[in-house]
Design a protein around this ligand. Structure first.
Ligand SMILES: *Cc1c(COP(=O)(O)O)cnc(C)c1O
Length: 452
């Protein structure tokens, strides 16, 4: 399988290159040349496969020439050791809980695949890799957990001392092993600037730096698996029965996984695409004109506070258009097809809170703010589309309610129990370095600690 850049200005690469490189040299994003089609046989068998076996089957064609079936079996069985609950909420309407991984957000699905596949690549090449990441909270912990104990790879996370919660910090600083953390006396933007400067510094080229960030194709492919999993468990997909997904979205990486499954032949009637008040994509779908939101709006579903989604160029490309990294549209995509496949809607914080309360009162289910945006979007769609009253609907819950205890408790009166993955965290022993915002100090540290 070959991967091309959405900016079309660099040659195609294989999956190994795309994984190691992240962004293409022309600042575009990689996409597979063809979306592999789900065979009738796999559509029939999907329901009876374990999650890691289904992941292996689905990721095989994408990995052709880079990973063998045995490699993928090992990677997927090591990565997907936790359940993916499908909770019936109201008749045919379900919530898929993607919050059972080690950092209790759906980002574990992608990060754990990336950790193991990059680990395999560096092992085979006899290379060493240093993953350098700046974080304002959740991404750092998902990446750190995913690469923990992977031979040949070390992780260094920079976080702003005063901007991460105690629980978020402990998710990174209690790991040890190959994961190091530095607390920076500055803001998230300062951490990000230090990391970016290190990537561009020729003196550090020998370190083999990688970022494992959210635009990497390696984060999208594994996110297509849970769509097939959920649909196969709840509907007769081999018989062509269509389902509806609702996806709470920020950078649209999660949705891209669903689109890949759909383009591969998964029967989906519609994707509800639900954003918070950062409504640049719903407006784009409505008008065909795109304008980013700067600065992005602050909402309680904080992981979706994105004013210029990094994956939008991929969506535009898959619908026959072209958008560059700045958001400029060079060729308009097929807007009719986009409107046929997606129902895009923006949900306010007020409606998000109301939804958390209502779903708890009426159905006894606990949602956190991101999942509530998805559920509210689904309800808006169904209100307009009576023909789907009996269609199987699956709304994605992207984080565990215990990650947002204040909001959830204030609305429902329920203090959500900590998932096993977060238990014991408060007592863990922390270890981290400290630093001012000084590139010279940072560079000296990298050269001292990481250059062989
Ligand atoms: C990252 C994140 C999202 C948004 O996912 P995208 O792929 O950026 O659209 C939604 N919910 C939670 C909890 C997240 O961490």
């Amino acid at each position: 399988m070959q991967y091309y850049s959405t900016n079309h200005a660099v040659p195609d690469v294989d999956l190994a290159h795309a994984l190691l490189q992240g962004q293409a040299g022309d600042k575009g994003l990689y996409l597979p040349r063809e979306v592999p089609q789900l065979s009738d046989d796999l559509l029939r068998r999907a329901r009876d496969l374990s999650y890691p076996d289904l992941a292996t089957e689905l990721l095989m064609p994408y990995s052709e020439g880079v990973f063998t079936r045995d490699d993928l079996v090992a990677i997927c069985h090591d990565a997907y050791t936790y359940p993916v609950p499908l909770e019936q909420v109201d008749g045919p309407r379900h919530v898929m809980r993607l919050d059972q991984g080690p950092t209790a957000s759906f980002k574990d699905f992608a990060a754990r695949f990336m950790g193991r596949s990059l680990g395999k690549l560096v092992r085979d090449r006899g290379q060493e890799l240093l993953i350098l990441t700046a974080t304002s909270g959740d991404t750092g912990s998902a990446v750190a957990h995913a690469f923990l104990g992977v031979p040949g790879i070390r992780v260094l996370v920079l976080f702003p001392r005063t901007e991460v919660s105690d629980r978020q910090r402990k998710q990174m600083t209690t790991l040890g092993d190959n994961v190091a953390t530095i607390s920076v006396e500055g803001k998230f933007d300062d951490c990000q600037a230090l990391v970016k400067r290190a990537f561009a510094d020729p003196d550090l080229a020998g370190l083999n730096l990688s970022s494992a960030n959210s635009i990497n194709i390696g984060r999208l492919l594994p996110q297509s698996v849970y769509y097939v999993h959920a649909a196969s468990q709840l509907a007769d997909i081999a018989g062509g029965e269509e389902v509806i997904f609702s996806v709470p979205s920020g950078n649209f990486g999660d949705l891209m996984g669903g689109i890949l499954a759909f383009k591969g032949g998964l029967p989906v009637a519609r994707f509800v695409v639900a954003t918070n008040a950062n409504d640049e994509v719903p407006r784009f779908v409505a008008t065909g004109e795109y304008a980013k939101i700067e600065p992005s709006r602050v909402c309680i579903s904080n992981a979706m506070n994105v004013g210029h989604p990094s994956n939008l160029a991929r969506l535009v490309t898959l619908y026959g258009g072209r958008m560059d990294e700045t958001g400029k549209i060079h060729e308009q995509p097929d807007m009719d097809a986009i409107r046929r496949d997606f129902f895009a809607v923006s949900i306010s914080d007020e409606e998000t809170r109301e939804t958390i309360g209502q779903v708890h009162r009426d159905h006894g289910a606990i949602l956190e703010p991101h999942g509530a945006v998805g559920w509210a979007g689904l309800m808006r769609f169904l209100a307009d589309h009576g023909e789907h009253a009996d269609t199987t609907c699956i709304s994605l819950e992207t984080a565990h309610p215990a990650k947002f205890p204040e909001e959830v408790q204030a609305i429902t009166g329920v203090d959500p129990a900590l998932p096993p993955s977060l238990e014991g965290l408060d007592d863990g022993e922390e270890q981290f370095g400290s630093m001012d915002v000084s590139y010279d100090q940072f560079k000296a540290h990298l050269q001292q600690e990481y250059v062989a």
